[in-house]
Design a protein around this ligand. Structure first.
Ligand code: HEM
Length: 223
């Protein structure tokens, strides 16, 4: 019974629609994490105590923290894996490119997905070394003292680097969210433009929330 289910799951993943579904579901999990993370970060504006309390709460139940970390890691890997598999399929289906560029209608987001994706993945590694382990933090870094770690961590080069990457996340998400709807088969002449707009507006609100933190430290509004 379980081998039948496993082989069905493998066959589903092997199909293009299966890979797109994996990409959409993992994208949705990562997007959910980003909303929660951005809202958590905004607590810095309430004050040091609240921000450190937030960090302590995150670490309070190690089993839960590790379960979430493992879910995120699996989602990131599956997201990248499906992208690689879909790009390989597309290349195999059209070994010689279009004679004319087929991107006249395509948005900046859709054309730059394969550039912004790897940059975001590299950013996550740098970010963990910066604010979770403190390995590349300019210092002083004190575990669980999220407020001070953020304020001291956003020296101008780090703050600018974060702001630039957040803008890339905005373009990645505005196309990604819209693409997620398409992958589950949602395409309607009346609602499609609305969904495109919703994806863009929602992505840029999220990015605005993220950017507010390094920008406020850079401008000396949070210290
Ligand atoms: C300006 C934007 C951001 C700020 C200020 C920020 C801040 C932080 C801080 C302070 C922590 C450490 C929390 C703690 O351990 O107490 C953290 C952890 C983390 N952040 Fe961010 N973050 C930002 C953007 C992002 C983005 C865009 C992503 C993903 C693409 C991300 C992914 C993570 C992950 C995976 C962790 C580790 C959570 C864990 O402990 O497992 N962050 N962030």
């Amino acid at each position: 019974m379980s081998t039948v289910l496993a082989s069905k799951a493998v066959r589903f993943y092997d199909s293009t629609i299966g890979k797109k579904a994996v990409m959409a579901v993992t994208g949705l999990i990562l997007f959910g994490f980003l909303i929660a993370h951005m809202l958590g970060n905004l607590q810095i504006f309430i004050g040091a105590e609240q921000m450190d309390h937030y960090s302590a709460t995150l670490h309070a139940i190690p089993e839960l923290l590790w379960a979430v970390r493992i879910l995120l890691l699996i989602s990131v890997l599956a997201h990248i894996w499906s992208w690689l598999a879909l790009s390989a399929n597309n290349k195999a289906a059209r070994p010689v490119g279009y004679q004319k560029p087929a991107t006249i209608q395509a948005s900046v987001g859709s054309r730059t997905m394969s550039l912004t994706g790897p940059i975001i993945a590299a950013f996550v590694i740098i970010h963990l070394l910066h604010l979770t382990t403190g390995t590349i933090h300019p210092g002083p870094f004190v575990e669980l003292h999220a407020f001070e770690n953020v304020v001291h961590g956003f020296t101008p080069p780090f703050a600018l680097f974060y702001i630039i990457v957040m803008l890339m996340i905005g373009t990645h998400l505005s196309h990604g969210i819209w693409s997620m709807f398409q992958s589950v088969g949602f395409n309607h002449p009346k609602y499609t433009p609305m969904i495109k707009k919703f994806s863009a507006v929602f992505s840029w609100i999220l990015v605005g929330g993220f950017i507010a933190v390094p920008l406020s430290v850079l401008l000396g509004l949070v210290k």
